[in-house]
Design a protein around this ligand. Sequence first.
Ligand SMILES: [Zn+2]
Ligand SMILES: [Zn+2]
Length: 171
Amino acid sequence: MTSTMVSVVLWVTSGVIALVFMEFWAEFLHRRVWHGPLWPIHRSHHEPRTGRFEFNDILSASHAPVAAGLILYGCLGAPSAFRDLAYGWGLGMTTFGLLYLTFHDGLMHGRLPVQGLRRFAYFRLLCDAHQIHHDRNGGPYGFFYVPPKLRAYLARCRDAAHQDRITLSAS
Ligand SMILES: [Zn+2]
Ligand SMILES: [Zn+2]
């Protein structure tokens, strides 16, 4: 394998691991820190937004400098496997950030014109699961991974709502 191929393998591997890791890291931070010591900041996300931005955006953007630093190191550092891993990790973090911006802020909270994504059942499921977080001000704290128990609960809610509609239209 050429050194370029080794680099590409390291970028892709660490990027994919970072992407998956970020969901669980974000879940941990959201549960333990944002709804803990940083609640005074995160609370703005659980209250009606008054302008274009909310105080909580600081938390959402807090990983961007880390990701940018890793990518810069990946571009400018002395050649090594560690540099390649850092570069891939930075790209994985950035990808997660863009997905979070699109699906959480854009689709779920209507801050970007991406409502067309609602045609996909899994994306609607993500929004329904996150709506429970906002309704209860409690779990679930993750965003992209919907645990089987929660998925089953949402399916029961959908069935009950469907049944209600049938009963209403028949009466
Ligand atoms: Zn929250
Ligand atoms: Zn939210």
